[in-house]
Ligand binder design. Sequence first.
Ligand code: GDD
Ligand code: MN
Length: 383
Amino acid sequence: MSPIASLPQRQPESLALSQAPARTPELSVIVPTFKESGNVAALVQRLDAALEGHDWEAIFVDDDSPDGTWENVKAIAATDARVRCLRRVSRRGLAGACIEGMLSSSAPYVAVMDADLQHDENLLPRMLATLKRDETDLVVGSRYVEGGSAHSFSKSRGVISRAAAGLARLWTHVELTDPMSGFFMMRRDRFDPLAASLSIQGFKILLDIIISAKGALRIVEEPYVFGSRTYGESKLDAQVGLDFFGLLLTKLTGGAVTPRFLSYALVGTIGLSVHLAVLRTALLGFGMVFAQAQAVAALAAMTGNFLLNNSLTFREKRLTGFAMVKGLFGFYAISSVGALTNVGVASWLYAYEPVWWLAGLAGALMGVVWNYSMSTLLVWRAK
Ligand code: GDD
Ligand code: MN
């Protein structure tokens, strides 16, 4: 008897399964939410009207909003099986939320749309029809093609958005008027193979998908009018530009330089200026001896770096209260070892190759890489 024939039979389970009620819907609408409690009911109503006659579901991906968003979604889901809620804890981020939502779908088509009613849900049936004609893999809702508009945009947002579109066009060779759009629909079989190469940080999920696909997607744009928010506030005004250039950099360096590392290095550079300014004041203003002044300057720079990293670089893991004090001392310890590593590497290199700037640079780089990896691992670890 072959070993396979001796495996237990699965008959009874498949019998039970044959009574399973519905099949997977045709379209999953992924809605990332953070503090949108006042918008979810209205959105479901609008989807219901716009997608009448279609087989759809809405998957809300909520990052544990403190305003009751996920509770609201689950209350709706209790009476409407088309609505699901994926509540994520201990993590934040629009791109990651969209990716997890799309990954949780088994439907042949997936759409991503904001919860705040700024995206016109009436575009969804048109997008679906375009995809079903089978000549398109991805439909993008655009504010810039003929018929679309973004008049509710602030001036600076408009400028950043257009600049990014221009850059993306140069780089991806894809003619898109709105690569920063957060409103799109695609075939799931085109999304699935790309998922693992997407960045979970930032807001530029669509651009990331297009870049990662390396020209393999057939893309069409459809115009819509970007509405205004009535409930809640935008989460990405201040960050939208920074984020975009961060993504460009990560992709250009093949993932070696992440936006977070860049932010860390930038804070380090600011720390250097703090160090020099304090050193000067301590020496000239307070007449300290050099070693003492240098120690005070180092302490000031480390403290400043810690505070900046805590509120910028690791903002979604920000430490407060006692954890912050503990983190500060951890950061002192790591930075001190980092300084030793720096000096060690530089002196070792200098002994072989006495070029001062090269040895200095290599030491500094080692120091920052050490500090960064250890801080990520030990100080701002995932809670
Ligand atoms: N789960 C989750 N986690 N959702 C988030 C997060 C987060 O960290 N941050 C924002 N969201 C949700 C919001 O609740 C909203 O449903 C949607 O993502 C868009 O966020 P907004 O804060 O409303 O963004 P916006 O209107 O300023 O930006 C729009 O335009 C950008 C282009 O300039 C969005 O469509 C962006 O996706 C788009 O890139
Ligand atoms: Mn919005």
